[in-house]
Design a binder for this molecule. Structure first.
Ligand code: PLP
Length: 379
């Protein structure tokens, strides 16, 4: 979709891109300033594989302060985005045939990372009717003797759903019966939440010694291009990740690490300002989408995505063309409305599309107007 929308843009077509997975804000000034100073102060040499000790200390303190979890700096490995650390942990812990439970809809890369490790993905689907959140009974039913890991993303990409502390506790109560299952908590959208205080999966004492937290600066501080993320893990896993990373990328960019350190130790006002902007846009996109006949819409509590169910349009026609799937619908919206979205298939959830509202209010209004018009033309 990104490629097709870039092609259309290059032809001069006014495409509104709702397919992006990143904040539309620039990185805050004090963070950029820290990077400039890092260059001038010659933070230009290789760093420790796991990252500068000062950055890992700042992350350890952040985890204690904001999440109430205890991971010492040597349990933290910083790498090239949360993505690298997710993949590192999977490669370091999953053996061929090991099962990884992934609630779906799920972020595109999880499944592919597990395949890379020759593990087996066990999808646990949760539809819009259950607000895209799995139940404890579903989790229990998915567990087999081969289950090695649960990979949970909250707030979620692509659905924006957020598990409440009580819902997490109910899942933890199941996991207590299976002490060999690791839990990887992808908390990269932690700060973009609209329902009040989140609870980290690492803060449940019953399972704390087997929780791996994934997080980073990409979404909270609008730093996607800086490529800084981390895992906080039980020591043997952190050591294995360190070893792996040492052989294929080494430590990530020294300058970006210094910028991330400023993000964690500096004022957090920018995080709250961006969160408020996303919440306002969430309200806007939900109210406009609810006015479109045929779209089934919930109210996401975090991240910056809306994940409407679109099955009412599958089987409809435009001229002699049949919309046979949500993929066809996403292409139709691009061709006809010039709005780029992402097909739910990419997230193991056919029958849905993902709209990112990390864009201006004007773009959101115009995009939803175009979508409404294009959908009304289907017969
Ligand atoms: N996890 C989820 C759920 C994401 O949506 C993304 C990025 O889109 C990542 C991880 C990766 O983030 P990073 O930019 O830190 O690699």
């Amino acid at each position: 979709m990104s490629q097709k929308s870039a092609e259309l843009k290059a032809q001069g077509v006014d495409v509104i891109n709702l397919s992006v997975g990143e904040p539309d804000f620039p990185t805050p000034d004090h963070i950029k300033q820290a990077a400039k100073e890092a260059i001038d102060q010659n933070f230009t040499f290789y760093t420790a594989v796991a990252g500068y000790p000062s950055l890992r200390k700042a992350i350890s303190e952040k985890l204690a302060r904001e999440n109430g979890v205890n991971y010492t700096p040597d349990q933290i490995v910083v790498g090239t985005g949360a993505k690298q650390e997710l993949c590192n942990v999977i490669l370091a812990t999953i053996n061929p045939g090991d099962e990884v439970i992934i609630p779906t809809p799920a972020w595109v890369s999880y499944v592919e990372m597990v395949k890379l490790a020759e593990g087996r993905v066990v999808e646990v689907p949760a539809s819009i009717e259950q607000d895209f959140k799995i139940t404890p009974a579903q989790l229990r039913a998915a567990i087999t003797p081969a289950t090695r890991m649960l990979l949970l993303c909250t707030p979620s990409n692509p659905t924006g759903s957020v598990y409440t502390p009580e819902e997490l506790q109910a899942l933890v109560d199941v996991l207590v019966d299976f002490p060999n299952i690791m839990v990887m908590a992808d908390e990269i959208y932690e700060h973009i939440n609209f329902g009040g205080k989140l609870r980290s999966l690492g803060s449940y004492p019953e399972i704390a010694d087997r929780v791996i937290i994934i997080n980073g600066v990409s979404k909270a501080y609008a730093m996607t291009g800086w490529r800084i993320g981390y895992c906080a893990a039980p020591l043997p896993i952190a050591k294995a990740v360190n070893k792996l990373q040492g052989q294929y990328t080494s430590g990530t960019s020294s300058i970006a690490q210094k910028a991330a350190e400023a993000a964690y130790t500096g004022s957090q006002e920018c995080v709250e300002a961006m969160r408020q902007a996303f919440e306002r846009r969430r309200d806007l996109v939900v109210s406009l989408a609810r006015e479109i006949p045929g779209l089934k819409v919930n109210e996401p509590q975090g991240a910056f995505y809306l994940f409407p169910e679109v099955s009412a349009f599958i089987g409809k026609k435009y001229g002699d063309k049949v919309i046979a799937s949500s993929g066809d619908l996403a292409l139709y919206l691009l061709d006809r409305a010039h709005v780029a979205t992402v097909d739910g298939d990419a997230f193991c959830a056919p029958g849905y599309i993902r709209l990112s509202y990390a864009t201006s209010d004007d773009n959101i209004r115009e995009a939803l107007r175009r979508i409404r018009e294009a959908l009304s033309e289907l017969q």
